[in-house]
Design a protein around this ligand. Structure first.
Ligand code: NAP
Length: 279
């Protein structure tokens, strides 16, 4: 084990499942003490992640906090510092709220997406940065999306605030780089999480569509986003800040006609029918 995060303390918001869980687990495998968080909708999930990490010899604790609430974020960051004595890595990953096209976008849902993305990052960074300054540096990773880079269909709140997160990332990076605090964004394409796998398995057409539109011929796996997050969290990215890292199988690298052509004209059936070989 290479232990790239030995001695570091990490908070990963929304880490009881999906991308957050994969990142929290890998950070712990690499030696970090990790605070696992969710808002406790499925009560056992967060503590289970902690048990899994501990069973593999890692160090982790669970803290239930709703990132849409300032006081919960304060308690979460304070818990990490009180429990482990420092805070080196903050991964802002949780998101909540539904998105629609403008005319259908409900204000309440718009507000939830805003609170869980831009506002949550505003509060968490304000609390984490003074601790990181004391330590002589730190790494903040804001999970955006390819929808933060380009418009999708009917996703107003999501793409608005995931897009805002990208410039917020750059701005905080510029302002606090002099303290050796690095701030980067991850922009995942479609990643097959525990919650999405069932949907994909029941909708083979959606699987086919994703094979057709992703240049690598498949959506992403959880460990592929976790290793990108590890790179940003660790000293291996010591000269990388203010960056938006697309982890999207080449999706945002292609021209629109490269997407339309395989969908409308059909790419080789052999390619679409082939089983995905996961890395
Ligand atoms: P997921 O599987 O649905 O997991 C979301 C996690 O966030 C859960 O642990 C959930 O816990 C927690 N959470 C939700 N609302 C919260 C709140 N208010 N406070 C604290 N925790 C909260 O999500 P995911 O697909 O891994 O996505 C994670 C991040 O990656 C998101 O920022 C998403 O926008 C981004 N992303 C994902 C994809 C993808 O294809 N998966 C693509 C692009 C970007 P509870 O159950 O307790 O709510």
């Amino acid at each position: 084990m290479s232990m790239r995060l030995q001695g570091k303390v990490a908070v990963v918001t929304g880490s009881s499942t999906g991308i957050g869980k994969a990142c929290a687990t890998l950070f712990a495998e690499e030696g970090a003490c990790v605070v696992v968080n969710d808002e406790g909708i499925e009560q056992d999930l967060g503590p289970q992640v902690v048990e899994e990490i501990r069973a593999k010899g890692g160090t982790a604790s669970y803290f239930c906090a709703d990132v849409t609430k300032k006081e919960d974020i304060e308690s979460l960051i304070n818990y990490a510092i009180l429990t482990y004595g420092r805070l080196d890595i903050l991964m802002n990953n949780a998101v909540t709220g539904r998105s629609s096209a403008l005319m259908d976008q409900e204000e309440e849902e718009w507000e939830k997406v805003y609170l869980s993305t831009v506002k949550a990052v505003y509060h968490s960074c304000k609390l984490a940065i003074p601790e990181m300054i004391k330590l002589g540096g730190g790494s903040i990773i804001n999970v955006s999306s390819i929808h933060g880079m380009l418009g999708g269909r009917s996703g107003l709140a999501y793409s608005t605030f995931k897009g805002a997160l990208l410039n917020m990332t750059r701005q905080i990076a510029v302002d606090y780089g002099c303290y050796n605090i690095r701030v980067n964004a991850l922009c995942p394409g479609r990643i097959v999480t525990e919650r999405k796998i069932g949907f994909l398995e029941q909708n083979p057409e959606e699987y086919r569509r994703q094979k057709a539109v992703y240049p690598l011929g498949r959506p992403g796996a959880l460990h592929e986003i976790a290793t990108a997050a590890l790179f940003l969290a660790s000293e291996e990215s010591s000269f990388v800040t203010g960056h938006a890292l697309a982890v999207d199988g080449g999706f945002t690298a292609q021209l629109q006609d490269s997407i339309i052509t395989p969908l409308e004209k059909g790419i080789s059936d052999e390619l679409l029918e082939r089983d995905i070989i996961w890395p």
